[in-house]
Design a protein around this ligand. Structure first.
Ligand SMILES: *Cc1c(COP(=O)(O)O)cnc(C)c1O
Length: 436
């Protein structure tokens, strides 16, 4: 029996027109609950943010259908006219935003952007240097469970025991001893200003290439609230979804043309096939947003808010690693309260404050337990919180931690209930996606 044209039309009618709630109620329900979670809780995870409606729209666009292997003007597929338009705009905007000569906007993620740098510049077994994970370095900077640590030879530098700042003399000594081919600056849980020119001097002395992975702070760099890694660093990588407030993705930036071919070849065809063109389009949108005066003000408010949060936590009896913050993030040491990072993360979540447990420098507890939490202000600043709101958040965190300190892992239910009420008030006053 053959299908009648009208039956095809009927089934295709649903394909073209059904919204997600009709087509897949289970997934639609989970998405709508996730939206409510983002609206009703205070997001303090330092690596997260809240992207604009325009960024979400580009991410959910018809570019998801398009293969565009290759680069603008040199593709392996037909029909790439508009893919070329968005990728060229993304490249030009990235270069303008960060003041550099070249950009690759295709890496699918932060991990892949760093893998591409390794593939382009190092051979398996080569020595490179990065910030130790226990001092706030990233998995892709030489962790033994990551490819960077399995296939290459990482040597690390860390923070000093006294002031918990990166010890530049130790960085120089380690570089002289091991002669790394590549030195990485940048990390995931370091709240102080990076001295890029000091890293440059060390890299020059030992003949290393200098990479800055500015994933966490790129929004601050874009807005002039942290010094730029250019012109000091040879190559700069960044995720685009943290303080930069774009879609989940990565970029690679550089100035010297000698890196162009190796880096581009490493991304495609070295590591990736077709780029996620919908995400490339969304990156272009985010870069345009980041070029505005409003974003500059946003970046400075992130830092101002982080200082207010850190000060409030200290006033309420919690120790901040290194005594404060210069950027968007901070580590809170819970040792004196005899509360673990794991219990704090859970207790704060019960009180609708979302953060992550995090090891502190020289932590004696395992990475699954930890002695600290990491907090960040990019998402809260996006929803409109200022220093007054972040001072309140600091007080609420301290109340929950004191409940845990008194009662152990289950915390103080009464305190947590009362904190939830005040979180709800703050969230109602500063709505997220109010028309969604
Ligand atoms: C987040 C981060 C990455 C990895 O990004 P993913 O997109 O999660 O793979 C790499 N480097 C640093 C410093 C980061 O903070």
């Amino acid at each position: 029996m053959s299908t009648k044209p009208s039956e095809v039309l009927n089934s295709m009618d649903a394909f073209w027109n059904d919204d997600l709630a009709t087509a897949d109620p289970e997934i639609a329900a989970a998405i709508s609950k996730e939206l409510a979670r983002q609206q009703d809780k205070i997001e303090l995870i330092a690596s997260e943010n809240i992207a604009s409606k325009a960024v979400l729209e580009a991410t959910g666009s018809v570019f998801t259908n398009k293969y565009a292997e290759g680069y603008p003007g040199k593709r392996y597929y037909g029909g790439c006219d508009y893919a070329d338009v968005v990728e060229t705009l993304a490249i030009e905007r990235a270069k303008e935003l960060f003041g550099c000569n070249f950009a690759n906007v295709q890496p699918n993620s932060g991990s892949q952007m760093n893998q591409a740098v390794f593939l382009a510049l190092l051979q398996p077994g080569d020595t490179f240097m990065g910030l130790d994970l226990n001092s706030g370095g990233h998995l892709t900077h030489g962790s033994p469970v990551n490819m960077s640590g399995k296939w290459f030879n990482p040597v690390s530098y860390g923070v000093r025991e006294g002031d918990e700042l990166i010890d530049m003399d130790a960085v120089a000594a380690t570089a002289r001893e091991h002669k790394p081919k590549l030195i990485i600056c940048g990390g995931t849980a370091y709240s102080r200003t990076w001295d890029f020119s000091a890293f440059r001097a060390i890299a020059d002395e030992v003949g290393a290439i200098l990479l800055c992975d500015m994933s966490h702070i790129s929004g601050l760099v874009a807005g002039g609230a942290h010094p730029s890694p250019f012109p000091h660093c040879d190559i700069v990588t960044s995720t685009t979804h943290k303080s930069l407030r774009g879609p989940r993705s990565g970029i690679i930036l550089w100035n010297d043309e000698k890196f162009t071919k190796p880096l581009n070849m490493a991304v495609f065809p070295g590591l990736q096939g077709g780029p996620l063109m919908h995400v490339v389009a969304a990156k272009a949108v985010a870069f345009r947003e980041a070029l505005t005066p409003e974003f500059k003000s946003y970046a400075h408010r992130i830092v101002e808010n982080a200082r207010a949060l850190a000060a409030s936590l200290e006033e309420n009896g919690l120790r901040i690693v290194s005594g404060g913050t210069d950027n968007h993030s901070m580590l809170v040491d819970l040792t004196a309260k005899n509360v673990t990072g794991k219990d704090a993360e859970k207790g704060l979540d019960r009180a609708w404050l979302t953060c992550n447990k995090n090891g502190i420098p020289f932590d004696t507890r395992s990475p699954f337990i930890t002695s600290g939490i990491r907090l960040g202000t990019p998402a809260g600043t996006t929803r409109g919180f200022g220093p007054a709101e972040f001072r309140t958040v600091g007080k609420l965190i301290a109340e929950v931690v004191d409940g845990l300190s008194k009662n152990g892992a289950e915390g103080d239910a009464q305190i947590e209930e009362s904190v939830r009420g005040r979180v709800a008030e703050l969230c109602a006053a500063f709505p997220v996606y109010p028309n969604a």
